[in-house]
Design a protein around this ligand. Sequence first.
Ligand code: G6P
Length: 615
Amino acid sequence: MCGIVGYIGKTHAYPILIKGLKRLEYRGYDSAGVAMINDNGNLNVYKAKGKVADLEAYCEDKDTSGCVGIAHTRWATHGEPNSANAHPHYSASGRLALIHNGIIENYLTVKEKLVGRGIAFKSVTDSEVLIQLIEYIMQSNNLELLEAVQVALHQVIGAYAIAILDREHPDTIICARQSSPLVVGLGSDGAYYIASDASPIAEYTDKVVYLNDGDIAVLQPGHDLRVVNMDNETQHPNVKQIDVTLGQLEKGGYPYFMLKEIFEQPSCLRDCMRGRISVEGYHITLSAVIDYRDKLINARRIIIVACGTSWHAGLIGKQLFESLCRTPVEVEYASEFRYRDPVLYPDDVVVAISQSGETADTLAAIELARKAGAFVFGICNAIGASIPRLTQTGVYIHVGPEIGVASTKAFTGQVIVLSMLALCLANERHTISDEKYKEMVAELIRIPEKMEKALKTNEQIERLAPIFTYAKNCLYLGRGYNYPVALEGALKLKEISYIHAEGYPAAEMKHGPIALIDSEMPVFVIATRDKLYEKVISNIQEVRARGGRVTALVTEGDEQIRKFADHVIELPDTIECFQPLIASIPLQLLAYHIAVCKGKDVDRPRNLAKSVTVE
Ligand code: G6P
């Protein structure tokens, strides 16, 4: 949700903070702010409603000097987006400033107590309550900042990643984490960086520490990193090496990250399969399956938990596991699962899918599953995030940082990992023949090449897009493996162009959405050649009979559908279960071009955040 950046060292902090905020802007962008301590010991806080660029413009004539600072980009939870509610928040005396990502659930009770003691608040946020509480504890008990933070964190309930500046101690940043991500970067010159994820840090250092829940870190340049817990017990941070190139963090000549990420898919999927699929032997090796073979192949049931696009990937996973491994699968929204008191057995395998690895509901679902004794397997993109650390084992999708808020390459990365996992387990369980296994692995290897072909539809789609910009509603239809593709296509359009869109199983259309069809409503049908092809043709006819305008995604060379669809987009053929990897591409491009035609900010759609760290 919100993004946090901080720097303490020997150089000018402000440019590092602004650049970092820009890298994190995908996490939230309704307001932003920055705080620095200058050489005279002044703690300057500047905040602006809007994007990071608005903050930058606001700061143009301000004193932004100082070698220590913290900064924040906000996605509102408590209090409307305005500069008062933006972070950093000053303490009542103006001595401290805090940035916070997360939610303090008992903030109202704490606030009432503080108001009763005469403390005035400038914002309506839960975050300001925390800094006022810390200062109140500091003053009334005559404590140092670290001690006051420890006492205060014992009193609050909720999720937080925080960083605090103290103008009396310009050589120190104190930060802490509980259920919201926070990474500390260790600069070679003794400087420290902090951020919500490694992307703002990667260009300065490759040595990072992912703080654990309950950790409080004291950052002092030139001194070793000190990590303690709320009870002042020393923790032993684990320094990790990160491997993110600058190129991965920049747009590389594309106008938007989303377009760059759509076009990156073939190479990302090659990276994802590299070292896992042997091209000579047509064999898949996943270390998680080697390490936990018995647990995985003897699963009584697989339960997939995820949110958003990752949930759509899960729906494809269900079909793959059921048809290839013959294991029953349930796919759950993590947000529902966590509160539903589900029945879980120790021989269930729960598969948590998440691009960011930080989605609060998915984390809570994992916690619940682990408490119930289930084995939890993670499929994640962000290296070192909370989900891979909380699951017993898993597979990284390795598609590189995804910056565009609308997920694209992470979706196909998740589907390819689910395909590899299902094939691997099917082979171990002997639920598919050796011949079929090898044939499918060989096809998986060809997928990136076929995606390159599918990307060639870009120009055709760019030409078609203006036709759909005036639509108020769109319908996406698909069956079998293409039903989740329809859901994902509709979600992409909603997310970035704000056109209402629904994904539906094509045959179910008769039970409701058919009433909406008229000549004004575009209907996108995924009608590739598979076992349900003839049935989908009948569904297209039903739409046509009601005056609907059909754009069909078809297998190349299909002449039949061309006769009655308004537009056809041809795609390379593949095995039915891998079709989502190909068919998703034109739908991503369609959503992208429609949003661009409508003048929308594709990478930063309104109200959305890339990483939803609140429930
Ligand atoms: C947000 C993002 C989506 C994403 C979903 C789940 O809504 O905007 O793109 O699919 O969260 O996120 P995760 O990181 O768990 O896959």
